[in-house]
Design a binder for this molecule. Sequence first.
Ligand SMILES: [Fe+2]
Length: 278
Amino acid sequence: MENTAIYNFIDLDRYPINDLAGVAGQRLVEESRTALDRDGSCAMPGFVDQSTVAEMAAEASALQHLAYPGPTEVTPYFFNYDLGKGTDLADDHPLKCKGKRKLSQVAADLIPNHLMLSKLYYSPVLTDFLATILDQPVYRNQDRYQSLNISMMNAGGCQQWHFDSGPMVTTLLLQAPEAGGVFEYVPDLRSDESENFEQVQQVLDGDSNRVKRLKLEAGTLSLFRGHYSMHRVTEVEGSRTRIQAILGFSTTPDLQGNLESSILHYGPRVARIEDREE
Ligand SMILES: [Fe+2]
């Protein structure tokens, strides 16, 4: 697709991704890097213009019947089975502490290529923008199911405290709920050296001292380092569905996700597809 079509719905005055080498483009890259280093997150409100994001939300809503709820009780570590293996854990240890997850997701293979959201995701402009911010090559996640997802939360919907498996997550909020559905996170709660279970447990127990909150609006593009920063989405209130697109990128080419995780998150149809093709 022509890059110019993407440029039509991105606020280029604020986010000049068409000219990253220019003065304003360099400033945008610098500010994004600073925010990521300082907060572990970088939010770009109004990245996609309001009329386009409303169109994206309408297109996404039309796919709601294809969204799969997935697991409803999950630990902060999802299905990282090796962590803590062979050790005798207390019943309230974070590795055993399951939180409520209430959302459903449309997997990438069910999202048509002609949607506005797909045009944005598959545009090299977005990949180049991320690569420039991170100062290293960036590739789209190549997993058939996990690469691009649409997450839907109706009233009561939420996501439990968790760490992501990948280093960075890119999201675009397509529709904000009437209330609630706030993104909360604790920057750098763990590191490669330490899982910091003690402080993880404090957060799970309700300690909000280090918790930051991001009030996202529709059209906000967010970059977030979720591997080290534990995060959650608080309960959605009201009748308007919170709709968020999750755009999968990686710094390694040809990233494929875990099939077991895809079956859990997108349903038994994934197993049937894979069986058929074996
Ligand atoms: Fe996450």
